[in-house]
Design a protein. Sequence first.
Length: 381
Amino acid sequence: MFTIIKNGDVYSPNYKGQQSILIQGRSIIKIGDIDIELIKQLDPNLKIIDATGYTVMPGIIDPHIHLLGGGGEASYVTRTPEVQLSHLISNGITSVVGLIGTDGISRTLTSLYAKAQALEAEGVSTYMYTGNYHLPVTTITNSIKEDLFLIDKVIGTGEIAINDFRSSIPTIEELARIVADTTVGGMLSGKAGVTHFHIGTGKHKLKQIHDLIDHYDVKPNKLYVTHFDKGIDLLEEGISLSHKGVYVDLTASSNTVEYVNYYRAHGGDISKLTVSSDGHGSLPKFDNHNQLVGYDVAKCSTLTDQLFNLLVQDSNWEEVIALFTSNVANVLTLHHKGHIEEHYDADILIVDPKKKQIKDVFAKGQHMLSDYQMIRKGMFE
Ligand code: ZN
């Protein structure tokens, strides 16, 4: 019934010093001095994890992951595989937002909903976006607003592709309507109601996002734009958008450290920045003439690798950890997520950043990875 994580160096992501954490059920119920003997009387099976010498941080929230797989952009054989529980837990990812990308035909929202429910039952926390790259927006019910209102997992719309030859080449009016409907659906259901935009490598860059803010009655904090890893020119626009209130998401890649540093050095609003895996999406490589020249699958591990790369080179751990945890919880208004605080969900990692290793993972209070070993596996793993 009870678990104590003892004497870890706790980042909430704010630094709390060496603390012990008491978990009951799915929640953190106390941080600080804990009377172990007293708890033992209540629960003879009390589990005590010694985290001395380790860093304790919130579980990673991945705001952009293709739970069903994605791809198919070089025909059927290039459809990428589904995410399994171990892909998440072994990488310290305890919450995910699933979405559909280019292939909105064979990847359906009902399948995504079922996959999200399955992963939830296996132990992680799951959410999803309605829609996919394309317009008109595909929904489960009759509309974006009804999806948000009626379907527990749906917290927004996305990933709507713009500035990309694979998009529906949406007009600004169409995008404004999607954002408005998503915002209202979020208000009525008490959810984030964010519209998640996929930015491609077209020639108009972020013009439509600027136009939405400048010419339409949309709330900038309901716009969440991803794939700023595709060029410094895009990132510079992300920096200016962050000052208008837009949330900026970097897809984890080999340039994450460089791009996070650039964003900070050039005055980007760090509270508006997040990092996601794009896990199990396809990674098509195009040449200058938009011809497909290569193909790969995005790995969930890239997200965690980049977290550790940032921690190793960066002294501001509070700020770095927030990019993967509390900032994501803020944009998605996931209450009880993304922080190590009393009454929050016990989504907790015990890590050794110097060795770039994850020692233990707790998700909703359940011990999933123990001493570097998976102790919970997915149904068919
Ligand atoms: Zn995308």
